[in-house]
Design a protein around this ligand. Sequence first.
Ligand code: F6R
Length: 242
Amino acid sequence: MRIYKEKDYESVSRKAANLISAQVISKPDSILGLATGTSPLGAYHQLAEWCTKKDVDFSRVISVNLDEYVGLSPDNSESYHYFMEKNFFSKVNIAMENTHVPNGHVSDLEEACKAYDSLIQDLGGIDLQLLGIGSNGHIGFNEPGKSFLLDTHIVQLTESTIKANSRLFSRIDDVPRRAITMGIRNIFQAAKIVLIATGQNKADALYRSFMEPITPEVPASILQLHTNVSIVADEEALKRIP
Ligand code: F6R
């Protein structure tokens, strides 16, 4: 595990963008696993800037996103499809047909989960998976539980996640209660993992994930076993890590 300790969100974003562009430059047809949320937003802006300057080229990249709410259509402004389109896909030269976000707006959700696992398998796995981390230690929407759920699955979001995510909705009641998420195996099988964490509300999650025993009660703790994890974080988030 490698820790990049940066002074603030801006330098965290730049470092994460550096790691992602290094991946794309060394393998132009990389399979990138992408995340939504506040953590990767600055990195996406930075990558868009470099792409406009032609310093990095996404034309052959294929992306697979971690997760999506159940019940929101892709054009709903609160959906993760919409987030990705607005903040990244429309800002870089990635081909839209090469972008994939799990589909939570179908009647057969089990089938959508299976289809997403097959997609990742057919692509040959993920070269670099970008992650944020929930303050309860979730990665993707793999919430704390009694066991690690390995494949793409439907999850009941915890109250803490619903509350954290309600900042992006007009009312807490509008936050969907369920989501579709890649499972722990999908994430773990990525060749490289880049996890972004900023702010003191991530300090306990990082401590519990990387300094305490591995447990499904803290889903990110499984990353202790991965051989190529980079944590890109600010001082606040790292304050409990010696
Ligand atoms: C988002 C995702 C989540 C977030 C996590 C942190 O696609 O998978 O696990 O990464 O909830 O969210 P932020 O970055 O908004 O603090």
